[in-house]
Design a protein. Structure first.
Length: 499
């Protein structure tokens, strides 16, 4: 029982450390879109999208490999020696350190070339390079905190990083200009640069990353670092599928912004990406739900793996995830025009509101895929997840090309491509799972809830007359909620009685 309580406690703490930064990022959407034109916000989005891919490359699966080898040693005894753990920490640290230094040298040497290739200011590229380096150098220290079961310190450092980034954004973008204007010859005016919003955003990010790295610097000053070549090769071999899957996930999640910037007319590309990215954030309500669910449920799935009733348990949990997710989808879409006044207040960004239901549906499909993917994790075939992600990545690339270039659908095409990619991954995982690890899903109920929610949401949003009054949307929410209650009455009443 104590081990389960410990697991629940750690899951909760890690969940807070993961979800809270995402919640804080919502606060920045309004600030950035209030103070920046679409072109500037689009340029930030494009560079951040590129940085996601470099983050995956610079970690090259070493984080996951670290956990795998830290807790497992090639020995006949059941205990893992402290010496082995030190070798894993040391080898992983040395590997990440020198690969990061190599990246830093090459990237700084060719930063002008990178700036020209990406069509982004050289100064911003310079910021991005250092941010990537500092973030890479804290991968193993953060991993060690998790491996040593120190969730509080881990969470405090993660949240501190985001708080510093948030506060610096507020100060540099909103407060500093007013201080400089109030006293043009004063102290603060010497730090203020006009029309430097993009630079201030990346400077804030750099300072937050540097702060975290400085706190972890003692990790790099420990004596007797050594490098186990055989262990390193094993870790690389274990980590390459993780790198592969990470790149595929990055393509599915972020490549659309890059493709829009490359394939749209250069005169409108960055502004279109800015509007698309801002309205995309409204769909992150579903991302938060999916993330919280994944963090809480995955440990439970594994803890139940040996139970004879495990398949039925997985089926029940998945059904109620779909039910709750369907309700969230409908509510967020119906009130999207209200939410935009809190997140994206500038009307120039609203041109991309059309994509909001599509992005929410796509993220819901990804959440369902996450729940369905438990089967290949339970049978230790995680490489299957990499293959499925790769198929999704190919669909993302091909559908974006067809819909953006051939049909000139701009960001609407990207949103549809995202639905196709995640929807395909969801369907593939379901049918493969039926053969490898049968789970008795109540597919008729699941599909009914899913179809009803998506249909009602799309009607309430895309039929302009219904969208303007909210009457249909509110009635749809009430009717759908009653339908859930009618079909799940027994379970709902049990939950209420327990409370």
């Amino acid at each position: 029982m104590s081990s389960k309580r410990s697991l629940l406690k750690q899951t909760l703490i890690y969940g807070i450390a993961t979800v809270l930064p995402r919640v804080m990022s919502f606060l920045l959407v309004g600030l950035h879109t209030d103070l920046m034109p679409k072109i500037a916000y689009g340029e930030i989005t494009i560079l951040l999208a590129y940085m996601i891919f470099f983050n995956v490359i610079l970690s090259y699966g070493m984080e996951t490999a670290f956990f795998r080898f830290y807790h497992k040693e090639d020995t006949s005894t059941s205990e893992i020696s402290q010496q082995h753990k030190k070798e894993v920490v040391s080898t992983a640290t040395v590997s990440i350190f020198w690969s990061t230094i190599l990246f830093l040298c090459i990237a700084l040497l060719f930063q002008k070339t990178l700036a020209g290739f990406l069509n982004i200011d050289k100064e911003y590229i310079n910021y991005a390079i250092w941010i990537l380096a500092f973030d890479a150098l804290v991968i193993i220290p953060f991993s060690k905190l998790r491996a040593d079961q120190r969730p509080i310190r881990y969470s405090v450092l993660k949240i501190s990083n985001v708080v510093i980034y948030l506060l610096l954004n507020v100060f540099l973008l909103a407060i500093l200009p007013k201080l400089a204007q109030a006293n043009p010859q004063g102290f603060w005016s010497s730090f203020y640069v006009e029309d430097y919003q993009i630079g201030y955003v990346f400077l804030s990010n750099l300072m937050a990353s540097l702060f975290t790295f400085v706190l972890f610097m003692p990790h790099y000053f420990k004596p007797n670092w050594f490098f186990n070549t055989d262990l390193w090769k094993k870790m690389l071999h274990y980590g390459w599928p993780i790198l592969f899957a990470g790149l595929a996930f990055g393509i599915n999640e972020h490549l659309d912004k890059i493709l829009l910037s490359e394939w749209l007319d250069p005169t409108i590309a960055k502004a279109a990406v800015g509007a698309y990215s801002a309205c995309y954030k409204i769909g992150l309500f579903m991302v938060l739900f999916r993330t919280a669910y994944t963090l809480g449920i995955e440990p439970f799935f594994f803890s139940q793996a040996g139970n004879a009733n495990a398949p039925q348990t997985y089926a029940t949990i998945t059904k109620y995830f779909v039910i709750l997710g369907s309700l969230i989808l409908l509510v967020v879409v119906v009130f999207a025009d209200v939410i935009k006044f809190f997140l994206v207040r500038q009307e120039e960004y609203w041109e991309a509101m059309t994509i909001v239901p599509l992005i929410i549906i796509a993220n819901f499909f990804l959440g369902i895929y996450t729940s369905l993917s438990v089967w290949y994790k339970l049978i230790d075939k995680t490489i299957i997840g990499a293959y499925i992600s790769a198929i999704g990545a190919l669909i993302t690339l091909s559908m974006n090309y067809i819909l953006i270039v051939k049909f000139d659908m701009s960001y609407i095409g990207s949103a549809i491509a995202t639905i196709c990619a995640y929807g395909s991954m969801m369907v593939i995982s379901y049918y493969l799972g039926k053969e490898k690890y049968p789970i008795p899903f109540e597919m008729k109920k699941i599909l009914t809830y899913l179809f009803a929610s998506i249909t009602l949401a799309c009607i309430s949003f895309y039929v302009q007359e219904l969208r303007e009054t909210f009457v249909f949307g509110i009635l749809a929410i009430i009717g759908f909620s009653y339908y859930i209650y009618k079909n799940e009455k027994e379970v709902i009443l049990k939950i209420i009685k327990r409370k």
